[in-house]
Design a protein around this ligand. Structure first.
Ligand SMILES: *[C@@H]1O[C@H](CO)[C@@H](O)[C@H](O)[C@H]1NC(C)=O
Ligand SMILES: *[C@@H]1O[C@H](CO)[C@@H](O)[C@H](O)[C@H]1NC(C)=O
Ligand SMILES: *[C@@H]1O[C@H](CO)[C@@H](O)[C@H](O)[C@H]1NC(C)=O
Length: 473
């Protein structure tokens, strides 16, 4: 009871204090003749921003520096570091800066969504000052990559640029000030297709910083989806010395999809001719490899989607391509949807920590780990990667591409390169069959990666993916 009275008294005292302070204009001292003694310099709260730290290599990780001959390590690390810095310069921008909104501020400004086209004058929406009546008002705005003006800037100002990066507005009426603020225009003076600028907006002791996104809009590139499934999907495969299997695959495809185009990339050293309707046979230099063949096949697809199959798969009545297309069409954010092979659904998730940007990142692949289900498709779950039997958006996969440096087996590498770029799901309701295994001995020699190839893969993880350690679980 007594503590209640005490806290009630305290509230009353505090209230009185606030009323007095408000009367003297303490909280909105946005006037020209403010009292020096009341100036509180605003600085961002500390302790909230955690600088990037080196990542932790979990148990049994492979330490990738060990894949580099020790006499070359120093030189490679230096070259890799320089390349990574350029990568960062390409991919990061001022828009990644952490900004804080000040409390008790009379400044109103847009915090998100203000986007301009490069070098096109654009009104800054939502600028305003909310303060009590004063004898005069003064605000200041500055930018770094463009110019500020009231209304449309003169052409020579845009060309000559930088000197007009500061604007000072001073009036003796608040309504007039807000009319002026509503006319402030930003024009970027540096041509860049995707970058940003920061506006400092100040009124005496109050200061706010807000971002402007500078972006050249992109043109949509749409596919005509047609009416038939064969207008929507192309089947793609890669073969190497397995014509018998390939013929079985083609026969099974034709039983279910009479005129769907099949693209075959073939790097057999002594290729045979495949003459079948709606089969496009691309002969490559011998032994170019698994990923080179995938990339070649996918580069030739003209439909919105392609279905990846191995040359020794068999289409069955459960290989309902329409069902995978249905998932993709209902969920336009998806890029890749995997199915199951002989009832086995292979998928994995990837844990990637970029680390401190100096020693390299840490990556862990976890088999059979998935995220939540795809909305309205309880049979499908989001994952980081799938293997060998999937329907994919042609445009999305071409942007990531299968690295031709990977010659033989290489499943997760494509999804590592595409992490954060591809939305991947796995579905249990569509499956394909595998032909009984009857590997020819000469094929076996090529199929299994040599230890030299394993080493070159590790060097790729180390250099290309800027990784410190990797673990395949
Ligand atoms: C890491 O290894 C240690 C010792 O082998 C073991 O006790 C621990 O459980 C492992 N931790 C993880 C996350 O696997
Ligand atoms: C804009 O104003 C802020 C705050 O006064 C200052 O730190 C910054 O250097 C100014 N930037 C430019 C480009 O004048
Ligand atoms: C740039 O400004 C100068 C004066 O400072 C002016 O003489 C010149 O014409 C301007 N340039 C252009 C392209 O307008």
């Amino acid at each position: 009871m007594s503590s209640f009275i005490r806290s009630g008294l305290l509230q009353l005292l505090l209230l009185g204090f606030f009323v007095v302070m408000a009367f003297f204009g303490f909280f909105q001292s946005c006037t020209v003749e403010h009292k020096r003694s009341l100036i509180r310099r605003w600085s961002p709260p500390t302790g909230l921003f955690i600088p990037p730290s080196t990542c932790f290599c979990i148990n049994d990780s492979y330490i990738l520096d060990n894949s580099i001959p020790s006499d070359q390590l120093a030189e490679i690390l230096e070259r890799r570091g320089k390349e990574y810095k350029k990568h960062q310069a390409r991919t990061s921008s001022i828009l990644n800066a952490l900004l804080f909104a000040p409390s008790n501020s009379p400044l109103q400004y847009p915090i998100q969504g203000f986007t301009v086209r490069p070098m096109v004058p654009t009104l800054i929406p939502g600028l305003a000052l909310h303060t009590q009546k004063r004898s005069s008002y003064k605000v200041l705005l500055n930018v770094t990559r463009g110019i500020l003006s009231l209304g449309t800037p003169r052409d020579e100002d845009v060309v000559n640029g930088s000197r007009k990066n500061l604007i000072i507005l001073e009036t003796d009426s608040l309504a007039e000030m807000n009319k002026l603020l509503a006319k402030v225009t930003y024009t970027s003076t540096v041509y860049h297709i995707h970058t940003g600028d920061l506006v400092h907006f100040m009124c005496e002791v109050h200061q706010a910083v807000f971002p402007i996104v500078i972006r050249q809009p992109t043109l949509p590139v749409l596919f005509d989806i047609g009416t038939a499934i064969s207008d929507q999907v192309t089947v793609t495969t890669k073969t190497f010395m397995r014509y018998k299997e390939l013929k079985l695959l083609i026969r099974s495809l034709r039983q279910h999809y009479k005129d769907m185009t099949l693209i075959v990339a073939d790097d057999t050293h002594e290729p045979e001719k495949i003459i079948e309707e709606n089969v496009l046979h691309y002969i490559m230099p011998g032994g170019q490899g698994w990923f080179a063949g995938r990339t070649l096949a996918v580069s030739q697809v003209t439909t919105k989607y392609f279905l990846w199959v191995d040359d020794d798969f068999l289409f069955t009545e459960k290989t309902k391509i329409e069902d995978l297309v249905e998932v993709m069409e209902a969920t336009p954010v998806l890029d890749v949807v995997g199915g199951s092979v002989d009832g086995n659904q292979f998928y994995f998730s990837i844990n990637y920590d970029e680390g401190d940007g100096v020693t390299g990142g840490c990556l862990e692949k976890k088999s059979n780990r998935r995220f939540h289900s795809v909305p309205n498709f309880p049979q499908c779950h989001l994952v980081s990667g799938v293997v060998n039997f999937f329907l994919a958006r042609t445009d999305a996969v071409n942007r990531v591409r299968f690295d031709p440096k990977l010659k033989r087996v290489g499943h997760p590498e494509f999804f590592m390169d595409g992490l954060g770029q591809l939305m991947v799901a796995t579905c249990s309701h569509v499956s394909i069959s595998h032909q009984p295994r009857m590997m020819k001995p000469e094929y076996k020699i090529f199929r299994h990666p040599t230890s030299e190839e394993q080493d070159s893969k590790k060097r790729l993880y180390h250099y290309k993916n800027y990784l410190k350690c990797i673990r395949f679980g």
